[in-house]
Design a protein around this ligand. Sequence first.
Ligand SMILES: C[S@@+](CC[C@H](N)C(=O)[O-])C[C@H]1O[C@@H](n2cnc3c(N)ncnc32)[C@H](O)[C@@H]1O
Length: 236
Amino acid sequence: MRDREVSRENVTELFDKISPVYDLANRIISLGVDKHWRNTLLRHIPLLPDQTLCDLATGTADQILALSKSPFIGKFYGFDLSTNMLLLGQKKLAKRGLRKKTLLQVGNALGVPVADKFCDLATISFGIRNVTEPLKCLSEMYRILKPGGSCFVLEFSIPKSKFIRAPYLFYLRHILPKIGFWISKNREAYSYLNETIESFPSGDAFLQMMKTAGFSNVKQIPLSFGIASLYLGKKN
Ligand SMILES: C[S@@+](CC[C@H](N)C(=O)[O-])C[C@H]1O[C@@H](n2cnc3c(N)ncnc32)[C@H](O)[C@@H]1O
């Protein structure tokens, strides 16, 4: 199944189904490194008081949890299409005593249910690859940000070095789908994962997409030899 053919309904159904094992699968598949990537984003949060953050495709709220360590964010909004992922996220936030600071809500990253210039920070982690129109999603992030606001996209990417790329692609194509199936008992979900990673534009192509959406000062920070990347952009 190619990602272009995956409809909004398919993606929502897929994540609703795998939600109970999503966090565990993430930890195992990334060998726990996703926590380090999420904390890298945390270190790039501007040092300004009481900022409002919108996290799109928030899933089970792991990115919000990582960012909740920042003393510079006063309020978190998380949006996702999958109710099951959000319910798990809500439980995790409540357990960490973050209920008052956070609001999770069903919401489409291609039509975020908030006003223009609503937030100071807009984030999406491992989500933009899954939305059917990534440029529209970036344009939404631009729309909801206040002038001066910052956009952060955390996403898998393809390493530039052929010494890393070859074993990584082998892992993606042959090992990851097997581990994913073993954990989730859902074959579709984890073969979909490797296809979306391989077909999604990364590096300069993604930075160009951010510029097209209106962002300036765009920058890519490769993480773990380029297996993932943090992309940053500013709204002037
Ligand atoms: C790989 S998960 C990432 C979850 C979370 N951001 C994280 O860092 O673990 C992708 C999420 O994107 C959500 N998603 C896909 N398309 C979406 C859309 N158009 N609007 C909102 N959420 C969407 C899925 O429901 C799923 O929860």
